[in-house]
Design a binder for this molecule. Structure first.
Ligand SMILES: NC(=O)c1ccc[n+]([C@@H]2O[C@H](COP(=O)([O-])OP(=O)(O)OC[C@H]3O[C@@H](n4cnc5c(N)ncnc54)[C@H](OP(=O)(O)O)[C@@H]3O)[C@@H](O)[C@H]2O)c1
Length: 275
């Protein structure tokens, strides 16, 4: 029997990989959500801020890949989306170390919106994505143009995970909801690596010196709204205290493949940082 899967953020770093990997499962019909006015055969218009787009996206969906919208009212939006898709198995992307956030904190309220409302759910708590290194909204341009990676880590390493591996775990949860219902997976790469090591590895592949600049935690939240300062400050606090350095075997255990190392990602994507 064909199952209908709605993927939010289908052009995003995790969503696009989920769509690509679901295409290999013949018994699924994928609706790839985008807030842009794109019309391809599998694309469906979905905007968190426009309820009129929701019914076509989630109606009769058997599962929803839910890349958490990073907005203040995400818990309320998610609660309402689940009400519009009763019976759908929700696979949520949260973040590593969410269990350390206070229950009233935004990250935990987002997770509770899923666990408290969905009949079936799976939570993924990924570490930092390797793909931020090639994302123009994060480090692509500063690495390419300024030869710098600026991040507040306090020198702590991070268990950088490839979004293809996050997607592999998500797809297993989607295609086998019975096994993965009610499970929480902390999804990481195979090792924890500092930004200094990442800068050195990129330097080696592009043949030019890239430096890691560690800024104060207070600098990362300077000028942010109180909500954002709280959420981002808390997250960087978990980077500094080493929470994001914890390595798990979730990728191998759930998806049956070894997680990709950030060093291999750097070799694979070297061309993108060459000026
Ligand atoms: N980056 C990290 O290292 C990291 C680590 C752990 C957890 N996370 C969390 O992972 C989650 C998702 O990550 P991601 O990297 O896959 O996302 P992403 O690459 O930032 O993509 C998000 C997608 O959301 C879509 N979008 C934007 N505005 C929208 C709207 N109003 N309505 C519906 N869709 C909209 C965009 O696609 P369209 O333009 O096509 O709509 C975009 O491609 C976030 O909650 C993030 O906090 C990130």
């Amino acid at each position: 029997m064909t199952r209908t899967i709605f993927v939010t953020g289908a052009r995003g770093k995790t969503g696009r990989e989920v769509v690509a990997q679901l295409a290999e499962h013949g018994d699924t019909e994928v609706r790839a959500g985008t807030s842009q006015s794109l019309r391809e055969s599998t694309t469906v218009h979905f905007d968190w801020q426009d309820r009129s787009t929701w019914p076509e996206a989630v109606g009769e969906a058997d599962a929803i890949y839910l890349a958490r919208p990073d907005v203040q009212d995400a818990p309320e939006l998610i609660t309402q989306l689940i009400a519009a898709a009763p019976g759908a198995h929700i696979v949520l992307v949260s973040e590593q170390g969410a269990e350390q956030v206070a229950p009233g904190g935004w990250v935990r309220r987002v997770e509770a919106a899923v666990t408290g409302n969905a009949g079936r759910w799976t939570i993924l708590r990924p570490s930092w994505f390797q793909q931020v290194l090639t994302d123009p909204r994060y480090f692509l341009d500063t690495i390419r143009r300024q030869h710098r990676i600026t991040l507040s880590t306090g020198g702590a390493p991070i268990a950088w995970v490839d979004t293809r591996d996050i997607a592999a775990v998500a797809v297993q949860a989607i295609v086998d909801p019975v096994t993965h219902q009610g499970k929480i997976y902390t999804v990481t790469g195979p090792e924890a690596v500092t930004t200094a090591v990442i800068a050195a590895d990129i330097s080696a592949v592009i043949g030019a010196e890239v430096s890691a600049v560690d800024i104060a935690l207070s600098e990362t939240i300077s000028g942010a709204s109180p909500w954002l300062a709280d959420v981002v400050g808390d997250m960087f606090g978990r980077v500094h205290d080493g929470t994001f350095a914890t390595v798990t075997d979730a990728v191998e255990r759930v998806a049956g493949s070894k997680p990709r190392a950030v060093r291999d990602f750097i070799v694979e994507h070297a061309e993108q940082w060459r000026a």
